[in-house]
Structures are given as C-alpha cells and as structure tokens.
Design a protein around this ligand. Structure first.
Ligand SMILES: Nc1ncnc2c1ncn2[C@@H]1O[C@H](COP(=O)(O)OP(=O)(O)OP(=O)(O)O)[C@@H](O)[C@H]1O
Ligand SMILES: [Mg+2]
Length: 319
C-alpha cells in the first residue's frame, strides 16, 4: 500500500470517535442531564472518572463539536462551557480559567468574589446550559485538607449560584476531593467511569476485542490475531492496554507503521509484540510482553510497570 494511503488512514484513525460502551454511557448521561435541565430547570451534576487515556478529554471534544459556541453581534452563546482546570489550581486560578472559557477579556482582573460574580453574570448572559470541568483532579492536587475543603466549598457555592448541571471529569483521585466536603459530595453523587471493564454482560476481554476490531475496521491493512484465537487476543489486548482506548490505539498505529515500513502483508501478534515494546514499555520483553507466548497473564501494575497506580498528585503514564 502507498505510504500516503496509510498515513491518511492513520490520521483518520486518530480523529475518529469509536462509540465504545462506557464512552457512550457517559455521553448519554451528560446529554440527558442537559435535556432534563432544558425541560425542567433541574441541575443534576456528575463525576466522570477514568485513568489517563480513557477518553475524558475526547468526550469533552465530542460534546464541544455537538454544541459549538455561537458568536452573535450582541453576545456569545455558549450552550456547553468547557474548562480545562489548570494544574495545581487555586480558587482564583480556576475562576480565571472559567472566565477565559466564557470569553471575558478581563479574566485576570478582580478578587475571587468579583470573579465569581462575573462568572454568574456571564453564564446567564451567554445562556450556558452545562459546565464541564476537565482535569478536575487538579483541584485536589494542591494544598492540604483545609485548602481542599475551601476549594470544594467555593465550587459548591459557584454551582449553586449558576444553577446549571456541572460535570467534573478527572483521574480517580478526584474522588478524594469529595470525601473531604460533604456538601460537594452530595451534589456529585452520580459517578460514571470511563475505561473498559464495567459491563455486566461482556467480559473486559470481549470489550477490548470489540474496541480493537472497531479500530481495525478504519484501516485497510489485514490484521490477524494469529497464533492466538480471538478470545485469547482479547485477553492479551486487555493486559497490553489496561482497558484504555489510548493504548489500544497506540498499539495499532505502531503496528500499521511497521506494516508500512516493512511492506508486511498482515499485522499479527508478533507485530503487536514489537509495537508494545516500542510504544508502551521498552522493558516489556518476553514474559512481560502481553503478545509474547510466555506472557504471565497478569496486570502490569507493579512498581516500574506501565500501569502502576499513580502516586498522589503525580500521574504515571505509559509512554
Ligand atoms: N471514543 C473514542 N474513540 C476513539 N478514540 C478515542 C476515544 N476516546 C479517546 N480516544 C483516543 O484515546 C486517546 C486518549 O484520549 P483522551 O486524551 O481523551 O484521554 P484522557 O482520559 O483525557 O487522558 P488524560 O487523563 O491523560 O488527559 C486519544 O488518542 C484519543 O484520540
Ligand atoms: Mg485528558
């Protein structure tokens, strides 16, 4: 296949959304919260939690595409307000980020009280109907229990004042912010998890395989699970990706690149074995490589392994 074709496919493959079950569940929950607000004025808030690479920011982008900002002569209409929480966010820092997202040219000016009041006014003027705070774990990554309590208290005050549904998306440690503040916890009692492995009907291996096959369908290079059967390939994909869409995509993109560079007729488990070492973990060799016949079939989450749990405030990522 011509290099340009494969590169075009890789680009399309990178941009395409795959409706995997937890992504769809989160998107539907957010859309129905928006509809409920439109119909009744009730604001239901929720948390969307997921490890790095499970699709939180992609979900925000998907919603942004469905609800684009409209610039009218007299005002901007911002149905869905997206805010990327700045690292180690202080109350004034997050207020600033919200004002920036609202298009306030004077977002840096004023005290916390003045900024909060401007957020409330602008949300009303721009007819904001839902607010999404991505990377919300940053609200927890700075200070001690007292600071966390104060950030939580300010947020509670803000969401009551703006009166619209609010979605916080972040790494699982975001839950700790809510443990400290009862009032905030009560408002965010609805929690959804991105990442595979939540289904009551399908095993995580089946979910991984389905996501993988959906991605494979976007490219025209033949892909085979050989020498494994499809069930075993699903299991190996799960251990290689920890059930996160980002890593399944990385593996496939690297395997396709190899197919192109080496003129391979088919992408099989041996190609994925090299892709895992090249892209996800350079120490993932032999029994530590999920596509190697000697693989131990266990999660790679011990010290120094790619899916080791992140330390407080310091996310660890596979490459
Ligand atoms: N529904 C989807 N369909 C296809 N690809 C997706 C989907 N969701 C996420 N991805 C891909 O997975 C990768 C990581 O996604 P994203 O940045 O949204 O994860 P994240 O949860 O925000 O990660 P982080 O915690 O590191 O910010 C991206 O390459 C993105 O294209
Ligand atoms: Mg993100």
């Amino acid at each position: 296949m011509a290099a340009t074709d494969v590169l075009d496919q890789l680009k399309q493959f990178e941009e395409q959304y795959i409706p995997f079950p937890t992504f769809v569940a989160a998107k539907d929950a957010i859309e129905s919260s928006l509809s409920l607000f439109r119909e009744t004025g009730l604001a239901k808030h929720m948390l969307v939690l997921g490890e790095a690479g499970t699709g939180k920011s992609s979900l925000c982008r998907w919603l942004a595409e469905r609800h684009p900002k409209r610039v009218l002569p007299e005002r901007n209409i911002v149905e869905a307000l997206f805010v990327a929480t700045p690292p180690a966010a202080t109350v004034i820092g997050i207020a600033d980020a919200i004002l920036t997202a609202l298009g306030d040219p004077w977002h840096e000016r004023g005290s916390v009280t003045a900024k909060t009041a401007r957020i409330v006014t602008l949300c009303r003027e721009c007819r904001v109907e839902i607010m999404l705070l991505d990377e919300a774990q940053h609200l927890h990554d700075r200070g001690d229990t007292r600071t966390h309590y104060m950030v939580g208290d300010w947020l509670k005050h803000l969401i009551d004042a703006i009166g619209i549904p609010t979605v916080m998306l972040g790494l699982p440690r975001l839950e700790r912010l809510l443990e400290i503040n009862d009032q905030l916890r009560r408002r965010f009692s609805r929690r959804l998890r991105l990442g595979l492995g939540q289904s009551d009907t399908d095993s995580v291996e089946t979910e991984c395989l389905q996501l993988f096959l959906s991605l494979v369908s976007l490219v025209s290079v033949p892909v085979s699970s050989r020498p494994y059967d499809s069930k075993e390939m699903g299991m190996r994909l799960y251990f290689a990706s920890d059930g996160r869409v980002a890593y399944i995509k990385k593996l496939l993109a690297s395997a396709l690149q190899q197919a192109l560079d080496q003129n391979l007729d088919v992408v099989d488990a041996e190609v994925f074995e090299r892709a895992f070492t090249d892209e996800l973990w350079w120490e993932g060799i032999g029994k530590l490589n999920p596509f190697n016949p000697k693989f131990e079939f266990r999660r790679l989450d011990r010290g120094g392994e790619p899916f080791q749990q992140a330390e407080e405030g310091r996310p660890r990522k596979a490459r």
